[in-house]
Design a protein around this ligand. Structure first.
Ligand code: BES
Ligand code: ZN
Length: 572
């Protein structure tokens, strides 16, 4: 069983009181860069005679706390309490009434507060930082532990609640949330727009999301719209036209999509991730707008989270691989069904090798720092480490590798039972493993197979997985390797045909192989830039940054301007 006593990243004792719904009443104030208003938490009381309720907060300005309409005393603990990282913020300690609610009763706590400039969940952009240049913009990013800087909460993924919200913004702007809009309630006046939202499926705090700007939308499927500033909306509608296909493939693998709509919001360039699976409204980076749908697989990934992550959730951030490893696995299943198996396998190879140079990856992949604690699948975190610090591609790729390995031992994976069993809940790695054994308990053969797996090596070992590299289909990689070899040997007769059949994963792989070898002359890169226009003119940011790296490394002067151009576009 999960030890609910502590989520090492939360100050709240979720064994005593558990939030089951929240109502937000928010004003988005661009002049002060504040969200101001209240959060009313309705909670289950699980123990008698409680005298305090502790919530997570970070840099929030709390004015007043009401229980049953009565003002209650409250205080803050210390940041960095018990040596924990300051990223956890401060516990908000609310006194409970002399006659506290009894076990089984509801506790309703309304907190009046505002966010402050140091709120780590929100980015406030002035109008110059937007595509349109005329209106300001704000958006949130709560995963992993930033929700506490947007509203006081039990900021642990193991706690799930429904939410409703009333959001007031300036009349020129639109607000969106990770929820369904109750359109019939929208109020519009000359100075203010008021939007009402409702999320009827219980979600973890890290999935609460808001964005506010001069936004428009286009329908891209029966349950989907794409949102962005008007400058990008057509391009975005084209880029993400496969959305319904992805959702239906997800449904065929994992069961019905239960969230109602699936919309996508394309954010300004400072959005810090490729994608974020906010329920009903995936957030994506504008860097995905490659013009040829070649980065749409990121949307497949976020759609997969609709089951793995958003319905079935890691109980705390030590078990983050349950969210991301499963989602990576499902993402590649979707890629396999919609594109083809060799492409999915090439992506798996790239993942295994770890040529994943995301600038978010602080701990470089398996081949380096093999001893580092963050290369473990299950990360031990006693609250001393900010999950943003331990973040890397390892839970994605090592998690994927474990699931791929199990699939190769047990035959085609069946996910429905897992999703069904843990939907609307949260679990840890031990429960995941117990479920696996239980699920295959009918067959002695399967059981024997499961008993041969080096579980401790997988979960707690550092570095590479405790199995040899799987026999992936290398057909798409082989042609990249052959071409890279020709270039290394001073290729005399290159032609555009060399790469005309390459997909974007192959272009990436080919460039990765060249980047790994720094012996090219500026002339060779010049020649490549003329002949391989598919590479040198690619708008796919994954291809583009590799091309720039290769150029810089080879002292190819135009790469400097390209690098500046990409940098200013992305960092704007
Ligand atoms: N949930 C993650 C993003 C995330 C993880 C945000 C941890 C904050 C903390 C999202 O689903 C994700 O994995 N995005 C990837 C894209 C994906 C295709 C691997 C990204 O943004 O790189
Ligand atoms: Zn993910």
């Amino acid at each position: 069983m999960v030890n609910f006593e502590t989520d090492p990243c939360s100050f709240s004792d979720i064994t005593k009181i558990r939030t089951k719904s929240i109502h937000f009443d928010w004003n988005v104030d661009f002049s002060l860069k504040q969200v101001r208003g209240s959060a009313e938490l309705t909670c289950d009381v699980l123990e008698e005679s409680l005298c305090a309720f502790i919530l997570d907060t970070r840099e929030l300005d709390v004015q007043k706390v009401l229980i049953d309409g009565k003002k209650m005393k409250f205080s803050f603990g210390e940041a960095g309490q018990n040596g924990k990282t300051e990223a956890l913020g401060k516990p908000l300690i609310i006194d409970l009434p002399d006659e506290p609610p009894r076990k089984g009763e509801d506790l309703i706590v309304k907190i009046f507060y505002n966010t402050t400039e140091k709120c780590s969940a929100l980015q406030w952009l002035n109008k110059e930082q937007t595509a349109g240049g005329k209106h300001p913009y704000m958006f949130s990013q709560c995963e992993a532990i930033h929700a506490r800087s947007l509203f006081p909460c039990q900021d642990s993924p193991g706690v799930k609640f429904r939410y409703t919200a009333k959001v007031s913004v300036a009349a020129s702007l639109v607000a969106l949330m990770s929820a369904n809009l109750q359109d019939e309630k929208t109020e519009r006046t000359d100075i203010i727009n008021r939007f009402y939202f409702s999320q009827n499926i219980p979600i973890s705090s890290y999935l609460v999301a808001i964005a506010c700007g001069k936004l428009e939308s286009r329908k891209i499927g029966p349950r989907s719209r794409v949102w962005s500033e008007k400058e990008l909306v057509e391009k975005a509608a084209f880029e993400f036209s496969q959305t319904e296909e992805f959702i239906m493939t997800g449904e065929s693998l994992l069961g019905p999509y239960v969230w109602g709509k699936y919309d996508i919001l394309v954010l300004p360039p400072s959005f810090p991730y490729g994608g974020m699976e906010n329920p009903c409204l995936t957030f994506v980076s504008p860097a995905l707008l490659a013009g040829d749908k070649s980065l749409a697989y990121v949307v497949a990934h976020e759609i997969a989270h609709s089951w793995t992550g958003n319905l079935v959730t890691n109980v705390n951030w030590e078990h983050f691989w349950l969210n991301e490893g499963h989602t990576r696995f499902v993402e590649r299943k979707i890629v396999e069904k919609i594109y083809d198996k060799p492409t999915a396998e090439l992506l798996a190879i790239i993942g295994w090798t770890g040529k994943v140079h995301s600038f978010m990856v602080k701990v470089v992949f398996f081949d380096f720092n093999k001893e580092h604690d963050y290369t473990k699948l299950v990360i031990q975190n006693d609250g001393f480490v900010d999950p943003d610090e331990s973040f890397s591609r390892i839970p994605y790729e090592k998690g994927f590798a474990l699931l791929y390995h199990l699939q190769s031992l047990l035959g085609v994976s069946k996910f429905e039972a897992y999703i069904e069993k843990f939907s609307y809940g949260a679990l840890d790695t031990q429960e995941w493993k117990d479920f696996l054994f239980e699920h295959f308990s009918a067959s002695e053969k399967d059981n024997a197979i499961l008993n041969t797996v080096d579980w401790d090596g997988w979960f707690n070992g550092t570095g590479m997985p405790p199995v040899p590299k799987p026999q992936f289909d290398t057909s798409l990689q082989d042609v990249c390797t052959a071409l890279a070899k020709k270039w290394r040997a001073g290729y005399a007769t290159p032609s555009a045909n060399d790469i005309s059949s390459f997909n974007s994963a192959q272009l990436k792989e080919f460039l990765d192989q060249l980047v790994a070898d720094s012996s090219f002359s500026p002339d060779q890169i010049q020649q490549m830039s003329v002949i391989y226009k598919r590479i040198s003119e690619s708008q796919n940011s994954e291809v583009r940054f590799r091309w720039i790296r290769l150029g810089l490394q080879s002292r190819f002067k135009p790469a400097i301007d390209d690098a500046f151009a990409m940098f200013t576009e992305q960092v704007n």
